[in-house]
Ligand binder design. Structure first.
Ligand SMILES: NC(=O)c1ccc[n+]([C@@H]2O[C@H](COP(=O)([O-])OP(=O)(O)OC[C@H]3O[C@@H](n4cnc5c(N)ncnc54)[C@H](O)[C@@H]3O)[C@@H](O)[C@H]2O)c1
Length: 248
C-alpha cells in the first residue's frame, strides 16, 4: 500500500472526482479526512471507507469560508494524529455567458470557492507541513486553467489562478520536503456532465481525441501518483488528464 501510516485530507470529497480520490487514498492505507458542504454525501463516503476496512472521518467545510478551511488541518491532527497529504479539489462553475453579462457576484462566487479557497487551504497546509517534516499537495485545476475558456471567464480565470498558485508555491517550498502539483482534468463524467442530455454528452466526447469522456477514477489515479513517493522528484507540475484534448 502506498500510504500506510499517512493522513490525507480531500475537499469536496462527497461526490465526483473528490470521492474517487478519497476512496483510493483509503484503499492505499491512508486515514482520510473527507470534507464537503453536503454532509450526507460526505458521511456516506466515510461510511463506505470504514465498511471496506479503512479509516476516515467527516468534517463539514465550505472552502469559500476561511474558518472552515483553516479548521481542516487541526481536525486531521486531532482525528488521526497528523497530516501528510492534501487534495484541494473543490471547484464550481457558472452559467456560460459573454464576459459583459457576468455579474460581479458571479465572479466573486466562483473565485471565492475555486481560487481563494485553494489559496487559504494551501497556506494552512504549507504552514503545517513546514513545521512537521513535509508533505504533498495536489490541487484540482482544469484544462480551463491552461487553455482559453470562451464564455466561462470566471471559471477559466480561477483555474489559471490555481495553476499559478501550484507552480509558485511549489517552487517556494521545493527545498523543504513539500511537493505541490496539480491535475488538469478534461471532460469527466461526474454529476454535472452526467445530468446533460445524451447528445450534449456525445458532443463533449466527440471533441476528445480518445472519443470518450473521462471517469473520476482516472483523475484519482493521477492524483494518487502525484501524492506518492513514486513522484518524489516531481513538483510544480500541472498534469493534463484529458484523453489528449489539450494537444488536439
Ligand atoms: N467534472 C469535470 O469534467 C471537471 C473538469 C475539469 C475540472 N474539474 C474540477 O474537478 C473538481 C471536482 O469536480 P467534480 O466534477 O467532481 O465536482 P462535482 O460537481 O461532482 O461536486 C463534487 C462535490 O463538491 C462539493 N462542493 C461544492 N461546492 C463546495 C464548496 N464550496 N466547498 C466544499 N465542497 C463543495 C459538492 O457538494 C460535491 O459533493 C472541481 O474543482 C472542478 O472544477 C472537473
Amino acid at each position: 500500500m502506498l500510504f500506510e501510516d499517512k493522513v490525507a485530507l480531500v475537499t469536496a470529497a462527497g461526490a465526483g472526482i473528490g470521492e474517487a480520490i478519497a476512496l483510493r487514498l483509503a484503499a492505499e492505507g491512508a486515514a482520510v479526512v473527507v470534507s464537503d458542504v453536503n454532509d450526507a454525501a460526505g458521511q456516506s463516503v466515510v461510511d463506505a471507507i470504514i465498511s471496506a476496512g479503512g479509516k476516515a472521518a467527516y468534517m463539514h467545510a465550505n472552502v469559500a469560508e476561511p474558518d472552515d478551511v483553516n479548521a481542516l488541518v487541526s481536525f486531521a491532527v486531532e482525528s488521526f494524529g497528523g497530516l501528510h497529504l492534501a487534495v484541494n479539489n473543490a471547484g464550481i462553475g457558472a452559467m456560460p455567458k459573454p464576459v459583459q453579462d457576468v455579474t460581479d457576484a458571479e465572479w466573486d462566487r466562483v473565485m471565492n470557492v475555486n481560487l481563494r479557497g485553494t489559496f487559504i487551504a494551501m497556506k494552512a497546509q504549507v504552514k503545517h507541513f513546514s513545521a512537521n517534516g513535509g508533505g504533498a499537495i495536489v490541487n484540482t485545476a482544469s484544462l480551463a486553467g491552461i487553455s482559453s475558456t470562451p464564455l466561462l471567464t470566471p471559471y477559466g480565470a480561477s483555474k489559471h489562478g490555481v495553476v499559478s498558485l501550484t507552480r509558485s508555491v511549489a517552487i517556494e517550498n521545493a527545498s523543504k520536503g513539500i511537493r505541490i502539483n496539480a491535475v488538469a482534468p478534461g471532460a469527466i463524467e461526474t454529476a454535472s456532465l452526467a445530468s446533460l442530455p445524451e447528445d450534449a454528452r456525445a458532443g463533449y466526447a466527440a471533441q476528445v481525441p480518445m472519443k470518450r469522456l473521462g471517469q473520476a477514477h482516472e483523475i484519482a489515479n493521477a492524483v494518487i501518483w502525484l501524492l506518492s513517493d513514486e513522484a518524489s522528484f516531481v513538483t510544480g507540475v500541472v498534469l493534463p488528464v484529458d484523453g489528449g484534448t489539450v494537444n488536439a
